[in-house]
Design a protein around this ligand. Structure first.
Ligand SMILES: Cc1ncc(COP(=O)(O)O)c(C=O)c1O
Length: 395
């Protein structure tokens, strides 16, 4: 869709939540469209009236189409995308698909998400692997050559986060991807905060795996995520468990396993929420990632500028090119106090504790930050109201 044809009023009219709250917690869970809500409730009604399995069969084409929509979002093929429960479970499926040996190395970024790093630590505890972290500079920039310099004979996986949970920095995933490809090392990208926020192209990124979630910038329902798996990596991994959707029990002592991304899928899911995700995906793809990113980029700059002008407010995002997540603190006020005070004015923001991105928070000397995250349906007026409210609290 041409961005000149898109009316923000129309997008807000499609988003019932905008009548109730100023929603700056899109990095937590964005507001869904009424189309998504209707898709979920219509499907649930059909299930109640006709039976869950019977309705599932009737909607088979739409479920297939959902894979197509997800594939379009990241410019891949539908059979290379697996539906999962969330981004963490996608990420963990990949980590536990490798046959780890003591001394194997995971090379990673210094902005990793809590779940990811926790599981590196768990692999270290269980299999005695090593974790190596590539440092970014003062401005949050990483030199992909630093990844190349740290690669050793036993580097088994490169895993990085595209945009962290606690700041708007956009990591150079394509630069790191070139290094991964050059050295032939499997490459996993956590795109949880960027899927639905900015254009993604798995060929351009050069990744073997990419994880994302439904409820954040994609505006889908909770409880869904997806995982892209490049076909050429399939021979190097094994799914951590089998399911009757990903494999078939073909004889007393035998089974057949899917050799596509489907090897990571499960049979039992919430089909009504899957229809909700389908509605969210068609909506997002119709708007187009370029429009969405332009608008989020513009609003995030607008919000950073507004916050910068408030005495006592400190921004904590580093980097020249930042996205929709803005982290800040207010002098002499605990982040919880600020979040709660804003909440009383129907302004939704969130908190990022150190545990959700420990390396980055530790380096910045922070135990918790406030987080405001914008989506395309936010407005300049809403941002001014947030800034005014913060201005009052900061005095
Ligand atoms: C960067 C990043 N990765 C992964 C996740 C995990 O997503 P999910 O809760 O869907 O597993 C989050 C959630 O906040 C995140 O911010």
């Amino acid at each position: 869709m041409n961005s000149a044809e898109i009316s923000i009023d129309r997008l807000r009219a499609d988003t019932p939540g905008t009548n109730h709250v100023l929603h700056f917690n899109n990095a937590g869970c964005a507001l869904p469209t009424r189309q998504t809500l209707e898709a979920i409730s219509n499907y649930q009604e059909q299930e109640a009236l006709h039976g869950g399995y019977e309705v599932m069969a009737a909607y088979a084409d739409q479920f297939k189409q959902l894979h197509q929509e997800l594939a379009s979002l990241i410019r891949s093929n539908p059979e290379d995308v697996a539906l999962t429960e969330n981004a963490s479970s996608s990420f963990n499926r990949v980590l536990y698909a490798f046959d780890w040996k003591p001394g194997d190395v995971i090379l990673t970024s210094d902005i990793e998400y809590g779940n990811n790093y926790l599981n590196y630590l768990w692999l270290k505890t269980k299999w005695d692997i090593e974790i190596q972290v590539v440092a970014s500079d003062e401005n949050g920039r990483v030199d992909p050559n630093d990844f190349a310099r740290q690669i050793q004979a036993n580097t088994r996986l490169i895993a990085v986060t595209h945009m962290p949970t606690n700041s708007g920095i956009i990591y150079d995933v394509a630069g790191v991807g070139q290094v991964a490809q050059q050295y032939g090392i499997p490459y996993l990208v956590d795109a949880c905060q960027t899927a639905g926020q900015l254009p993604l192209d798995v060929q351009e990124i050069g990744c073997d795996f990419l994880c994302a979630t439904s409820r954040k910038y994609l505006r889908g329902p909770r409880g869904f995520g997806f995982l892209y798996v490049k076909p050429s990596i399939l021979s190097k991994i094994n799914p951590p468990w089998l399911d009757m959707h990903s494999s078939t029990w073909s004889g007393i002592d035998s089974f057949e396993m899917e050799h596509t991304a489907k090897m990571f899928e499960q049979w039992e899911v919430s089909y009504s929420n899957m229809m909700g995700l389908y509605a969210a995906m068609t909506y997002a793809n119709k708007l187009g990632p370029e429009f969405i990113w332009q608008r989020i980029h513009y609003l995030s700059k607008y919000l950073r500028q507004a916050l910068n002008e408030i005495p006592g407010v400190t921004l904590h995002d580093r980097g020249a090119y930042l996205g929709g997540i803005i982290s800040f603190t207010v002098a002499d006020h605990h982040p919880k106090e600020i979040k709660e005070a804003l909440g009383r004015q129907h302004i939704n923001t969130s908190l990022s504790p150190a545990a959700s991105s420990y390396l980055d928070m530790h380096r910045k000397g922070l135990s918790m930050v406030n987080r405001a995250s914008v989506h395309y349906y936010n407005t300049e007026e809403e941002i001014s109201m947030l800034a005014d409210a913060l201005g009052q609290l900061a005095v």
